[in-house]
Write a protein that binds this ligand. Structure first.
Ligand SMILES: *[C@@H]1O[C@H](CO)[C@@H](O)[C@H](O)[C@H]1NC(C)=O
Ligand SMILES: *[C@@H]1O[C@H](CO)[C@@H](O)[C@H](O)[C@H]1NC(C)=O
Ligand SMILES: *[C@@H]1O[C@H](CO)[C@@H](O)[C@H](O)[C@H]1NC(C)=O
Length: 404
């Protein structure tokens, strides 16, 4: 599990790097000057790291972007409570004054970042404006939502925020989304890790007293990770760390995997956390873990490319395929989709279909026909390929509503 978490961290890091900073969304607690409390709360959140706790914080960074893309407008709006800012935060007199204007005035957001008008933030502007929130320039303190693309707490003074103001980061989110920092915190559930060059000596000692252990070297900017012998490790490589490799990970049907759950933290103190139920990502390595081979990263590294080629994602009808007659023969039509029966061109078609499905965004599939329309179709009239494809969606639909 720890190891999967590592990969998940990698994923999150790379993503947040690509987006030039974390995008976690959280409500900044109301009173000012409670940084210490925030720190403590954050710490206890991560001390509580059960399996699900681990998963939760891994994906904190990507949560907001996905949520604004996936959640119905109303739920995001009500989650953020963006429409009610003025009622409970202004003295009565001001409230009356403000009321004259507030018929017209809508909540305002301020985008903070090195390039606030860049195309990478287009979806943020689009979604916020669709929610009825207007953009404001940075020369005012009269904003309701601060969307910081870069980590804001070192650059902006956010100690005196008003009760209704929200920021899409919490103090410390930069730290926990930095692979090197997070991995070398020496927390109980994180496999031993050593920052380079600072902790080189400790690493050498650890490696000496644990001669049977294997290690990986990781970098904030690198995707590629491979198990290395101690003498292969590049100790001069700054901003990297070395981490113990967990060699007995939890497997699903023999495959190593990771899980991504989009998460929104709406308040730190008191803590409130939501996960997005609409889309939970399971990603599998493309090659079974055993027999283990450290030169073959497809056995132990989960990445986007690997995900696309993983048979596991294409598999359907698991029960059927593990029973007679399908264990003996691929001839029966119901065995066609079993992974052992798939031909290379089938796999290619299924991979494309899988990829399209995962990236369908707002598109709705109309052929192969969705479940609700299947009574209109005469399967016998479809070509073999179309029957095959339709059958695949039908089987996927049995375990995942999104394919229906
Ligand atoms: C505010 O905007 C101006 C002009 O767009 C820019 O020069 C300045 O750096 C910005 N300040 C902050 C704190 O973002
Ligand atoms: C590593 O960082 C230190 C301090 O910033 C610097 O002096 C050293 O030259 C760097 N080494 C390499 C290999 O980049
Ligand atoms: C281990 O994997 C490498 C790279 O895929 C391959 O060249 C090598 O033959 C494998 N070794 C064994 C024993 O399978």
């Amino acid at each position: 599990m720890t190891d999967k978490r590592k990969e998940g961290t990698k994923k999150t890091d790379d993503r947040s790097k690509a987006e030039d900073g974390a995008n976690s969304l959280n409500a900044k607690p109301s009173s000012s000057g409670n940084h210490r409390r925030l720190q403590e709360d954050r710490a206890s959140l991560f001390d509580l790291r059960t399996t699900s706790g681990q998963i939760l914080f891994i994906v904190v960074t990507v949560a907001a972007v996905v949520l604004v893309q996936c959640l119905p407008n109303d739920s995001l709006k009500s989650l953020l409570n963006l429409q009610l800012p003025r009622q409970h935060c202004k003295p009565e007199v001001q409230f009356v004054e403000k009321k004259v204007v507030s018929h017209e005035s809508r909540p305002k957001y301020w985008v903070f970042g090195r390039n606030p008008t860049g195309g990478h933030l287009l979806h943020v502007h689009n979604v916020l404006q669709r929610l009825g929130i207007d953009q404001t320039s940075n020369d005012t303190t009269d904003w309701d939502l601060l969307w910081a693309h870069d980590y804001p707490f070192r650059k902006l003074n956010l100690q005196r925020m008003k009760r209704h103001q929200l920021v899409n980061h919490f103090p410390g989110s930069g730290y926990i989304t930095n692979k090197v920092d997070l991995s070398t915190t020496k927390l109980q559930y994180i496999p031993a890790a050593f920052k380079l060059p600072a902790e080189m000596t400790q690493f050498r000692e650890y490696a000496k007293t644990n001669p049977h252990k294997q290690f990986v070297q990781k970098h904030n900017q690198h995707r590629h990770i491979q198990i290395k012998r101690t003498d292969e490790i590049d100790f001069s490589n700054n901003d990297t760390f070395i981490q113990e490799f967990i060699d007995d990970p939890l497997l699903v049907d023999g495959y190593k995997f990771d899980i991504g759950v989009y998460t929104v933290i709406t308040s730190i103190d008191p803590l409130r956390v939501y996960i997005y139920k609409g889309d939970i990502l399971f990603r599998y390595c493309p090659v079974p873990y055993h027999p283990f081979n450290a030169s073959d990263v497809d056995k132990y590294i989960v990445d986007t490319e690997a995900m696309l080629t993983s048979l596991k994602n294409l598999a359907t009808a698991a029960n059927l395929c593990s029973e007679l007659p399908c264990t003996e023969s691929c001839a029966p039509v119901e065995c066609q989709l079993c992974s052992t029966c798939l031909e290379e061109h089938d796999i290619d078609d299924l991979q494309r279909a899988y990829r399209e499905h995962m990236n369908r965004g707002d598109m709705k599939r109309i052929f192969p026909v969705p479940k609700s329309d299947q009574h209109r179709v005469d399967y016998e009239l479809l070509s073999a390929k179309n029957q095959f494809m339709s059958k695949w969606f039908e089987e996927k639909c049995k375990v995942d509503q999104s394919y229906c």
